[in-house]
Design a binder for this molecule. Structure first.
Ligand code: TXA
Ligand code: MG
Length: 343
């Protein structure tokens, strides 16, 4: 079964909701049903989905036509809810006191008990969390009661939207609703700060200046270390399995696990470790199952002493392009020092 939000992206009627009680209740209800709802924060409009529902999150990538699965920011009504999913350091707590609600996103170690699906955080061991400004959106998040994943609500490659009209122009007909919270105060995305490592590191400059942050926690590293691109979309800091991945495989070879798509090849043995992304060849389902599948084959495969993962070919249309992009990253040769840097 396909996700409701994905049935026919071109034919969805996009509801426009006022940010009054009725509108907020409706927006929260739709999100709880796995639907896509754009909403205004103080920075930019976000395209929200229940972060615990991999199919809803896959629908976000599909609606945006995003070519790769970047990790998404999880949005919360308050710091307590955020820190239930990600583990705060002392510095993180201080920053939350100083800037939340506000335009600061903190990358923190993801708790083992986190309910956020692997697709939303691109399989990383960290989670980006934020408590956005704007009464209406926080009321909505409180009602949803779950983390809400939200990239900026623009088609991929486009400019981030700062009004409900911008969102309608870019994504109208492809998403279920827009909560009109008025024009965004900040209009520039949140500052993304990595607090999961030894030194606080700026990953993306944004709505809150580094200088303001440094007044609260001291020195912040502004540049990624030499050779390490700052954006996790760029390298193996996306989930990189420890077993080598072989692309466009016709089937599993000797001592290989199989990441399948569509009907299993006749050569598949009964004892072969298999994760089928979608037996029916549905790319949407495959996207939702990709990161959990890689993790499963890697964990089980290592336990069984296997030496690699054979990934069957994926078509490059629709979400297939993003899946192929992620598989290529997973298969790319990795410098030794990065190889186990993230999980
Ligand atoms: O202001 C904003 O942050 C807006 C509103 C809607 O909240 N959201 C936004 O999301 O700009 P997006 O998806 O366009 O950008 C998220 C940024 C990306 O640069 C992504 O790489 C980074 O956050 N990010 C997310 N999770 C991460 C993680 N675990 N580690 C490092 N970077 C992460
Ligand atoms: Mg964006």
């Amino acid at each position: 079964m396909r996700h409701p939000a994905a049935q026919d992206p071109e034919r969805v009627t996009t509801e426009r909701l006022d940010a009054d009680t009725a509108g907020i209740v409706r927006a929260a209800h739709l999100l709880g049903q796995g639907r896509l709802v754009a909403f205004g924060t103080e920075t930019v409009y976000g395209l929200g989905a229940d972060a615990t529902d991999a199919r809803a999150v896959a629908a976000v990538f599909e609606a945006k036509h995003r070519p790769g699965f970047n990790p998404l920011i999880a949005h919360f009504a308050d710091a307590e809810a955020a820190f239930a999913e990600a583990e705060p350091s002392t510095l993180a707590r201080r920053l939350a006191d100083a800037f939340w609600p506000g335009a600061l996103t903190m990358v923190l170690p993801r708790r083992a008990t986190s309910t956020v699906c692997a697709l939303a955080c691109a399989g990383l061991a960290t989670l980006a969390v934020r408590v956005p400004g704007g009464e209406a959106v926080r009321e909505m998040l409180r009602m949803v009661g779950r983390p809400v994943a939200a990239p900026s609500a623009n088609p991929s490659g486009g400019v981030s939207p700062s009004t409900a009209d911008h969102v309608m122009a870019g994504l109208g007909g492809r998403i279920d609703a827009i909560l009109d919270c008025g024009p965004c105060g900040v209009g520039l995305e949140s500052t993304v700060l990595d607090l999961a490592g030894d030194t606080p590191t700026l990953l993306r400059p944004g709505g809150i200046s580094v200088e303001a942050i440094e007044l609260v926690i001291g020195p912040v590293r502004r540049l990624a270390p030499a050779g390490l691109p700052a954006s996790p979309g760029m390298l193996a800091s996306h989930y990189a399995p420890s077993l080598p991945v072989r692309l466009d495989a016709a089937g599993a070879g000797h001592m290989e696990a199989l990441l399948a798509f569509g009907p299993l090849p006749d050569t598949t043995k009964r004892e072969t470790l298999v994760w089928n992304l979608s037996p029916g060849g549905d790319l949407h389902e495959a996207a939702a199952r990709l990161f959990s599948g890689l993790r499963h084959l890697d964990d089980q495969g290592r336990r069984q002493g296997l030496t690699g993962i054979a990934a069957m070919s994926i078509p490059s249309d629709g979400l297939g392009l993003a899946i192929r992009d992620r598989l290529q990253r997973a298969a790319a040769p990795r410098p030794g020092h990065l190889r186990h840097a993230t999980g």
